[in-house]
Design a protein around this ligand. Structure first.
Ligand SMILES: [Zn+2]
Length: 197
């Protein structure tokens, strides 16, 4: 007979595993460990000074100090052309104009229809996202585009559990960086500190 070393519960037929834990305890311990790792990663970013990291694989500008980096995927909203729709061979379309009380009908001859467009969130780059006292910088993996967002150009940002959304002055659409919950929170803490300074 085998018992869980955490709760003493008798292990079932499918629970005879090398770690000696029941399924419930294993899930609970994994969750606790993940929470501890998250809290430990975040703690340095809640102190009086942001921790400084050394960046050797990206171009660091004069007077630039980096605080955090992690792998990310950049996504941008792009308008995608889906082609033509509604091609017709001469139909009459009522227009919202009335002449003498009767709706005007406009005859469309051999119309090629209209272009259907649609906004999509597309992956546009991959690399390491770095935050410094000057900018947010996407140091791209080989074959991907770099992106540099000066802190002075950030109009607003939003932190999500799975990423960071950054709006730049004069840019109509945001840059979306896919991150894990820990990365998102740390970028949020850094930007909050840096943009308020
Ligand atoms: Zn247990």
């Amino acid at each position: 007979m085998t018992y869980c070393k955490e709760c003493g519960h008798k292990l079932g037929f499918l629970e005879h595993t090398a770690d000696g834990l029941c399924n419930g305890c294993r899930a609970r311990l994994a969750q606790e460990q993940a929470e501890k790792a998250h809290a430990a990663a975040i703690a340095p970013y809640t102190g009086a000074e942001l921790p400084v990291i050394t960046v050797t694989d990206a171009i660091v500008k004069k007077g630039e100090t980096a605080y955090y980096r992690t792998a990310t995927v950049l996504k941008e909203i792009k308008t995608v052309n889906l082609g033509y729709s509604g091609a017709s061979h001469g139909v009459s379309i009522p227009l919202p104009i009335k002449v003498g009380g009767f709706p005007v009908r406009y005859r469309v001859g051999q119309s090629r229809g209209h272009i259907v467009k649609h906004d999509e969130l597309l992956e546009t780059s991959r690399g390491d996202l770095i935050v410094s006292n000057q900018r947010l910088f996407l140091n791209p993996f080989a074959g991907h585009k770099p992106l540099s967002v000066p802190l002075s150009k950030i109009a607003s940002f939003h932190v999500y559990e799975n990423g960071l959304e950054v709006w730049q002055d004069g840019k109509e659409r945001p840059d979306l960086f896919v991150l894990d919950a820990t990365g998102s929170e740390i970028f949020g803490l850094c930007l909050d500190r840096l943009l308020r300074a």
